[in-house]
Design a protein around this ligand. Structure first.
Ligand SMILES: Cc1cc2nc3c(=O)[nH]c(=O)nc-3n(C[C@H](O)[C@H](O)[C@H](O)COP(=O)(O)OP(=O)(O)OC[C@H]3O[C@@H](n4cnc5c(N)ncnc54)[C@H](O)[C@@H]3O)c2cc1C
Length: 454
């Protein structure tokens, strides 16, 4: 529905990442006059510095284990060698292709792309490179940025943004952090043959994930030769003759080639003129929005990582879609944040949806836990000492499945289907009545019959 106003645009979107592109394209598809400003590459973090390059690197790193596992199946594989520069060049070519697809998608839907850094001049005016544009509504979709703690020598460390573009593979790497990005890069770099030490200040990484998931992954990462040091902090980083030295709070020093700081991300909301026009921000700098994703200034909306709700691409997409539906399709849409599934592309990987056991208990549920750990079939011949862990959290009172968690090969692929079941309100009886697919790991989710004793 085209809106006749005196503004240059019906919607001006700041940031052409996951949320911004989705909102722009859909709104234009509903007839709105849309512009999107982008200061860097189209597609945002996910395409350029997040999900896509990361998953390509996970694939790259997994071939060393596959080559080792092949022997038990009769293969003789010469000692594989890995060339970092080839991977980076091939990855960059693929990302360039995706940037082009994003440009075409936006242009074909009639969205005007404005290249440059945008900032607000007033609630209806955005400036990009000295040019002013007016819009009836503005959408802030500026994403997030890595956070670094200001220890001495922190400028010698890199973040996830730089690791995708290093000229050479660091043969030794220290990764500081305990979130999913830290564990994913630990697996990536180990698989590529680097010596990896992961340092985390807490007693166990992946806070917020189910405890069985956390302990299983820690065991498996150690088996793969990754050094995990919990309850440890890096206090300073110094340059040495041919590398770096990271000193911990325990007084020891680790010699390394790179330190990757993966200590979390903050909303990307500085230098945008937000506070000047009266937009309320949290103390982490996130745009405060209501259920309709509208900020404290009417007509200015925000989606994605900059609102600091759930920093995942599919969530930014859902929020961007809700904006277009609500504002330009006469279909008020509120994003449902329950049962958001997620994966961690660690090695082995994690898939999870719903409540963890701890969360369910804290919410007062009387829970029944089903858990299975086993050696994946592929490793009966490969000889690799690796266990898969699968777990169901069930509400004893209603029989509803509250949470499904897994550590093992293809966990993300398996959990996507489980998320549909949880959304449909599946009970444990529904799981039991479902026929398995044999032989798979996934069939275990429909064959666990005996709850774990407490
Ligand atoms: C290493 C890493 C791995 C990840 N892996 C996954 C994963 O496997 N699965 C998953 O779901 N999520 C993953 N994420 C998270 C995911 O990338 C983000 O949740 C998602 O990109 C958020 O989308 P967004 O639209 O909010 O912001 P972004 O995609 O970050 O886009 C924001 C855009 O705004 C632009 N911008 C900012 N300020 C301005 C300005 N003033 N003017 C013009 N342009 C501006 C930026 O250049 C950027 O392009 C990962 C993130 C990282 C860092």
């Amino acid at each position: 529905m085209a809106l006749m106003t005196n503004f240059d645009f019906d919607l001006f979107v700041i940031g052409a990442g996951s949320g911004g592109v989705r909102a722009s394209r859909m709104s234009a598809g509903y007839g709105a006059r849309v512009a999107v400003a982008e200061a860097s590459n189209l597609g945002g973090t996910c395409v350029n510095l997040g999900c896509v390059p990361k998953k390509l690197m996970v694939y790259a790193s997994s071939f060393s284990a596959a080559a080792a596992d092949a022997a038990g199946f009769g293969w003789t594989v010469p000692t594989p060698t890995f060339d970092w520069a080839t991977l980076i060049a091939n990855k960059d070519r693929e990302i360039g292709r995706l940037n082009g697809i994003y440009r075409k998608l936006l242009e074909d839907s009639g969205v005007r792309i404005i290249e440059g850094w945008a900032r607000l001049l007033d609630p209806n005016t955005v400036e990009v490179d000295g040019e002013s544009y007016t819009a009836e509504r503005i959408l802030i979709a500026t994403g997030g940025r890595p956070f670094k703690s200001e220890i001495p020598g922190h400028d010698l460390s890199i973040t996830s943004e730089q690791i995708f573009h290093l000229d050479r593979q660091p043969k030794r790497i220290v990764i500081a952090g305990g979130g999913y990005i830290a564990v994913e890069f630990a697996g990536i770099m180990k698989g590529m043959g680097s010596e990896v030490t992961l340092i985390y200040r807490g007693p166990l990484f992946l806070r917020g994930f189910d405890d069985d998931v956390r302990t299983t992954l820690a065991e498996e990462m150690r088996k793969r030769g990754i050094i995990l040091r919990f309850d440890t902090l890096i206090e300073k980083i110094e340059r040495t003759g041919d590398g770096l030295a990271a000193t911990t709070n325990h007084g020891d020093t680790i010699e390394t080639d790179q330190v990757l700081s993966a200590m979390g991300r903050l909303p990307n909301t500085a230098c945008l003129g937000l506070e000047e026009v009266g937009i309320e921000l949290t103390d982490r700098g996130a745009v405060v929005v209501n259920e309709d994703l509208e900020s404290s200034v009417p007509g200015i909306f925000a989606v994605g990582d900059c609102i600091d709700r759930v920093a995942l691409t599919p969530v930014a997409l859902a929020e961007g879609m809700a904006i277009a539906e609500t504002l330009f399709n006469g279909n008020p849409t509120v994003v449902d944040y329950t049962h958001i599934p997620s994966a961690v592309f660690s090695q082995p990987s994690i898939g999870t949806v719903g409540f963890t056991e701890t969360e369910a208990r804290a919410k007062g549920y009387d829970v029944e836990i089903y858990r299975s750990t086993f050696r994946p079939m592929v490793h009966t011949l490969s000889g690799r000492d690796e266990r898969t862990m699968m777990k169901l959290v069930v509400d004893r009172k209603t029989d509803k499945v509250l949470g499904v968690h897994m550590v093992g090969p293809e966990a993300g692929e398996i959990i996507q289907g489980m998320a549909v079941a949880l959304n449909a309100g599946a009970t444990k009886a529904t799981f039991d009545a479902t026929i398995g697919i044999h032989p798979t790991a996934a069939e275990e989710f429909v064959t666990m019959r005996t709850p774990v004793e407490f």
